[in-house]
Design a protein around this ligand. Structure first.
Ligand code: IYR
Length: 252
């Protein structure tokens, strides 16, 4: 009799690190219902705007520390926490960052950006001048770690750092401060100016401070819930069938 069963797999789990000790989860329980709590958070976050006009009013380092701590609570691939938040308040350093960022931005607006891109940006009134880099009391430059500090692998780097940036932005807003996601491109110069090691890649620049008294923002509209949320209606549902020629379209 022939044995057709496959050869046993070598044990791929042999010798792997032990499961972490498990501790009991302390749930966060707001003293209102989840719906009320979710709505209250929405009411706060709906007031957030990207701000380009800052006051030079100082913000204590301690405030920035709490904001960065919050960003550091973000989930990350295999809990590798592949981020560094470089916080700059030194005027000379901010000046150096502004000069280098504006050099890149002049290239962008003057040559690199496609006609379509310029068209899409023009209603927002952005250009290569970035005075906010010097005026805002703090600049947080977020770096993504290509490897952990001890040379280990990281996973889902962009997703992890993107989530942390979202939480950072939320923390800045909840602190009563404003920010703007600034993306000078390419950002390589930030590694040089800020003396960051090779495994750190600049990801996002966020000036943080109070809005200028005369601050304005463009009148923008956010997509309504119906446009951003789908519940239990995968593609190919009734609405799509109607658009395709009605129910049972292929037989008619
Ligand atoms: N990085 C440039 C251009 C820019 C690109 C996008 I997409 C924006 O939403 C805004 C600006 C700048 O910061 O001006």
């Amino acid at each position: 009799m022939t044995d057709s069963s496959p050869a046993p797999e070598p044990d791929r789990f042999a010798g792997l690190p032990k499961l972490l000790p498990q501790v009991s989860h302390a749930p966060y329980s707001p003293d209102v219902s989840p719906t009320q709590a979710a709505q209250q958070y929405y009411d706060i976050m709906a007031q957030r705007r990207s701000v380009r006009f800052f006051a030079d009013t100082p913000v204590p380092q301690e405030t920035i520390e709490w904001i960065v701590r919050t960003a550091g609570t973000a989930p990350s691939g295999a809990h590798k926490q592949p981020w560094r938040f470089v916080c700059v308040s030194d005027p000379a350093l901010k000046c150096e960052i502004r000069t280098a960022a504006e050099d890149e931005e002049r290239e962008f607006y003057g040559r690199r950006a496609s006609r379509r891109w310029l068209e899409d940006l023009s209603p927002l009134g952005t250009d290569s001048n970035k005075p906010f880099i010097e005026i805002a009391p703090w600049i947080i430059v977020v770096f993504a770690l290509a490897r952990t500090d001890d040379g280990g692998q990281v996973y889902y780097r962009e997703e992890s750092v993107g989530i942390a940036c979202g939480m950072l932005i939320s923390a800045i807003h909840c602190a009563g401060l404003v920010t703007l996601t600034h993306t000078p491109s390419p950002m390589k110069f930030l590694q040089r100016v800020l003396h960051r090691p090779d495994h750190e890649r600049a990801f996002l620049v966020l000036p943080v401070g109070y809005p200028a008294e005369t601050c304005t923002v463009p009148e923008l509209h956010r997509k309504p819930l119906e446009e951003i949320m789908v519940v239990n209606r995968p593609a190919g549902g009734a609405a799509d069938r109607a658009a395709d020629g009605g129910v049972g379209g292929s037989e008619r």
